[in-house]
Design a protein around this ligand. Structure first.
Ligand SMILES: [Zn+2]
Ligand SMILES: [Zn+2]
Length: 368
């Protein structure tokens, strides 16, 4: 797969396609170029591989972001395209989607139960680590088949319920449904004597550390895939490691997608007179203008002061929510000044008069 091709072009989609559009395009293209439908056609097979490679990257938010910004070169550094990303693995992904697309009903080569070799770990980041991206060393455990019993768990006997197929079939009209064998749980055989080394588990644990590149702007719930760092199947191939991101809250900054919100307390005299205050931003601080007569709960927008989007790098905004603060008590002198100020406004200091008095009069007349 050394040939250069554009992932978006291969799937015939635009660069801002949504996850749903990518999935739809993938299904369409994968069905069209599937080797089963194009037997002996080498160009279709090559295209099918490209489609799968494109989908593996574009369906993964983290990888897509890296691809968008750095191209394929960016993905190579983090083992994204290496490891188990071969044809077999790709076919597995395809089978999953194929199944969900046609509403289940396996059979054929999809009938075999896939070993669960992909693993997921959670990685909690500080607020600013997620905002700016970082590298993180993570320690985790993966499994490989037990060396003593070769992953079988011990001495086994073919399952009599499913005849060793792992699946049981049921005919309904012209449709055949398959179901995982309830007796052997899809394994096709039953353990009759446990292996001493693994106590019948068939696997052993391996500790590993891997350095993860966290892209700028990643958010809670997004996941990164590290190809070929999952558990090892009996065929020797390793699955993928999924790193699910969690992000700690910040005491000052609130995040909504790529926008940052902060609450800025402003003293009532300043909000009345106008002036400037200094507010923190994720990149430092910024002096902002408080216009004369700024009201409580009003918002001041700082364009481009938000978080760089994980896919596009385009920066969000910062929204400053104004909270007007009134003092709980006044000194005698302050009180006197306030009263004086109030009286200086004369009639303007009583805006409710005239407006509301008329209504009061009308209501009174109604009841009299
Ligand atoms: Zn064993
Ligand atoms: Zn069975």
């Amino acid at each position: 797969m050394s040939e250069e091709f554009d992932y978006y072009e291969v799937l015939e989609i635009t660069k801002n396609a949504t996850a749903e559009e990518i999935k739809r395009a993938y299904r369409k293209m994968a069905i069209k170029y599937h080797p089963d439908k194009n037997q002996g056609d080498e160009s279709a097979e090559a295209r099918f591989k490209q489609i799968n490679e494109a989908y593996q990257v574009l369906s993964d938010e983290g990888k897509r972001a890296i691809y968008d910004r750095y191209g394929k070169a960016g993905l190579e550094g983090q083992g994204g395209m290496g490891g188990a990303g071969g044809f077999e693995d790709v076919f597995g992904d395809f089978a999953d989607i194929f199944d969900s697309f046609f509403g289940g009903g396996g059979g054929g080569r999809r009938g075999q139960r896939r070993e669960m070799v992909d693993i997921a770990i959670e990685l909690r980041l500080d607020f600013l680590e997620a905002v700016f991206g970082t590298t993180k060393e993570v320690h985790y455990t993966w499994h490989k088949p037990c060396g003593t019993c070769d992953g079988t768990g011990g001495k086994r006997q073919s399952c009599d319920y499913c005849g060793g197929r792992g699946q049981v079939y049921q005919r309904q009209g012209f449709m055949t449904f398959s179901q995982t064998c309830p007796k052997c749980h899809g394994q096709g055989s039953i353990l009759i004597e446990s292996c001493k080394t693994c106590q019948g588990k068939g696997k052993e644990s391996v500790e590993e550390s891997v350095e993860i590149t966290i892209p700028e702007g990643i958010d809670r719930g997004q996941r990164l895939r590290v190809g070929g760092r999952g558990s090892q199947s009996r065929s020797g191939a390793r699955g993928d490691l999924y790193v699910v991101i969690d992000v700690a809250d910040d005491p000052v900054f609130m995040r909504r997608e790529d926008d940052i919100y902060i609450e800025a307390p402003v003293f009532f005299t300043l909000s009345a007179l106008g002036g400037t205050i200094e507010v923190p931003t994720i990149r430092g601080s910024k002096e902002i203008e408080i216009p004369r007569g700024t009201r409580d709960k009003s918002q001041i927008l700082l364009r481009g002061e938000g978080i760089g989007n994980v896919h596009t790098g385009r920066k969000g905004h910062q929204v400053v929510l104004i909270k007007v603060i009134y003092p709980d008590r006044y000194t005698a002198e302050q009180e006197e000044l306030l009263v004086k100020l109030h009286e200086s406004f004369g009639q303007d200091g009583h805006p409710h008069k005239g407006l509301l008095d008329d209504v009061v009069e009308r209501i009174k007349r109604w009841f009299s």
